[in-house]
Design a protein around this ligand. Structure first.
Ligand SMILES: [Zn+2]
Ligand SMILES: [Zn+2]
Length: 336
């Protein structure tokens, strides 16, 4: 098969992904082979490819095929797979597998399992013609969900939905969503589903426009230092942050009301934490299979829309360069 393969992490301007022949995997017991229809291009792919996460042991192997937001068609079933048939359209998320028996796994929090395998980071991912998955960790795509543009449901979709779920949202509450990229533009929509007034924050005019298109109740064009966030709409009951900018995180702490909730979905530090405000701070990362299934239901009801641009698989280096420079509006997907 053809794939975009990473042999050595390097800046994306140096074209680190090579389009080349790669052995087509064969499904073992409990596994399925999927012919990739589309794979989303995630900011975390960029971090891994450029070597930002080498100190954390990512990628766990080289060469590796990146990509963890995947939709494709099952072409081969491994031994013992009874829950799927050949020809079915399915999706796979960053959670490639978990141990299945630890405390996290048995309580429906398998995305926190200490033995997870991560698609495109510890095992080969979806920047390829074929992708190998575990049958227990894939999802049937509803018929009215277009497989070419909905692969980002499997990372931004579930990530946004879980952050909204954890943000203590509800009617008569106001939530700020900071950072309107691939995840943020979905988080606006998933937050509205909980009945809250949703205010989008971005430093980019193009992203602010996207927020309006996606139904934000208000949009704040943030200054570079994020000092003007609460000027128009006051403080928020909740703040969800997907901007990987320390200044944005610092500002977020200050616009949460007393006893409000701050949900952090990016790396960063909570500086200037004031216990006297009794705020809740919590992290949120991707999501378990239950949340993923709920996201697919919402998408099939038309309640989650993705802003997606299609590219060819071979264009991955250039797409990642655009992502790095803030030129991707919504999400880019690669089609083999
Ligand atoms: Zn992702
Ligand atoms: Zn486990």
């Amino acid at each position: 098969m053809k794939a975009m393969v990473l042999h050595k992490p390097a800046p994306v301007e140096t074209v680190p992904l090579k389009y080349e022949d790669y052995p087509t995997p064969r499904p073992g017991r409990g596994e399925v082979l999927i012919k990739v229809i589309s794979c989303g291009v995630c900011h975390s792919n960029l971090h891994m490819i450029e070597g930002d996460w080498v100190r954390m042991g990512v990628p766990a192997k080289l060469p590796i095929i990146p990509g963890h937001e995947i939709i494709g068609k099952i072409t081969e079933l491994g031994e013992g797979v009874e829950s799927f048939r050949e020809g079915e359209i399915v999706g796979a998320q960053p959670l490639w597998s978990a141990c299945g028996h630890c405390d996290y796994c048995i309580t429906g929090n398998e995305h926190l399992c200490n033995s997870v395998q991560i698609t495109g980071e510890t095992v080969d991912g979806g920047y390829a013609e074929y992708f190998l998955a575990k049958a227990d960790y894939i999802y049937r795509i509803p018929e009215n969900v277009d497989p070419e543009i909905n692969s980002p449901l499997f990372c931004p979709g579930v990530t946004a939905y879980r952050a909204s779920k954890l943000a203590n949202l509800g009617p008569n509450k106001k939530v700020y969503v900071i950072g309107i990229g691939g995840v943020g533009h979905v988080a606006l929509q998933t937050s509205k589903l909980f009945g809250s007034e949703v205010i989008a924050v971005s430093t980019s005019e193009a992203h602010a426009k996207l927020a309006e298109e996606m139904g934000a109740d208000g949009v704040v064009m943030a200054k570079r230092d994020y000092s003007n966030l609460s000027e128009h709409f006051g403080k928020g009951d909740s703040v969800i942050i997907f901007s990987p900018n320390q200044k944005a995180i610092d500002a977020a702490v200050n616009i949460v009301k007393k006893q409000g909730t701050l949900v952090v979905g990016v790396f960063g530090n909570i500086n200037d934490f004031r216990f006297t405000k009794e705020i809740n701070v919590r992290g949120s990362v991707i999501g378990p299979r239950k949340d993923m299934k709920e996201v697919l239901e919402l998408a099939s009801k038309g309640l989650i829309r993705l802003k997606v641009t299609k590219y060819k698989l071979q264009e991955a280096n250039e797409v990642l360069r655009k992502l790095k420079d803030g030129e991707i509006i919504g999400r880019a997907v690669l089609l083999p």
